[in-house]
Design a protein around this ligand. Structure first.
Ligand code: 1GP
Length: 251
């Protein structure tokens, strides 16, 4: 019988603690599709000293790519490594935790519950902390990979009431974490008005990511009430020229 005692373990408790101490975390997102594992050690040495978590995941990465990168990261760091899955195939045993996402901003049943059910046979045999997460895609000014892959539309930045209501609905459905996503490479991040309004409405830990590149943006988002900032593109120095070349050639 499933005890569910792998839900919200140490990693979640630590997030709650930093929230209480008003010490927002910094997670660096690694896209396994782009990452060359042989550079793991040097990549880690380039990260800010105040990095608190590593997220691994991508909209189109394969399970093998994800597993390989997670394993290498765990060999070279003591930071918690958390799977931020683009699909159920990215779940693997090497990570410390999994953000169990439901894409509540969209209306595609596959990303609301389909992928989650498919993940269960993989999860049942793993000793992985699972954190139920309300995941909301907010318009970041360009088409995001999340929107493309999930075939859903982002919520408008000015639709603050709908965003707040979606977050509260997520909490009533059992989410323990809220993740506001403007999309990787977004032209602009989630507006601080949205963050402040959520903060006023609900006390769950709040993660904000997508399009955050500068210290000023980080500070504004923290001040508005985010408990964790996620940055990916700003640290993707590992994107090899071969990969960029492959991309240019294939477009
Ligand atoms: C994590 O998708 C983001 O939520 C990462 O976005 O690549 O724009 O930092 P960036």
């Amino acid at each position: 019988m499933l005890s569910l005692n792998n839900m919200m373990g140490t990693i979640y408790q630590d997030i709650l603690k930093s929230k209480k101490n008003r010490a927002p975390g910094l997670a660096i997102l690694i896209d396994p599709e782009e990452f060359d594992s042989s550079t793991t050690r040097s990549f880690l040495s380039t990260l800010p000293a105040h990095t608190t978590h590593l997220f691994v995941g991508g909209s189109t990465a394969t399970g093998d790519e994800c597993e390989n990168v997670t394993r290498h990261l765990k060999q070279h760091t003591t930071l918690p490594v958390i799977i931020f899955p683009g699909s159920y195939k990215q779940v693997n045993a090497h990570a410390d935790a999994l953000l169990f996402l439901s894409l509540l901003s969209g209306r595609n049943p596959e990303y609301l519950i389909g992928q989650q059910v498919k993940a269960i046979p993989h999860l049942m045999n793993l000793d992985l902390e699972v954190i139920p997460t309300a995941y909301l895609l907010i318009d970041g000014g360009n088409e995001s990979a999340v929107a493309r892959v999930s075939e859903t539309k982002p919520m408008r930045q000015d639709d603050v009431e709908a965003i707040v209501n979606t977050v509260i609905a997520g909490a009533y459905m059992g989410a323990k974490l809220v993740y506001l996503e403007a999309g990787s490479g977004a032209l602009y991040p989630v507006n601080t008005n949205i963050i402040r309004s959520i903060r006023k409405a609900i006390d769950l830990p709040l993660i904000v990511g997508g399009g955050i590149r500068t210290v000023e943006q980080v500070e504004k988002i923290k001040k508005a009430g985010a408990d964790m900032i996620v940055m990916g593109t700003a640290f993707e120095s590992y994107r090899s020229t071969t990969t960029s070349l492959k991309k240019t050639i294939s477009t």
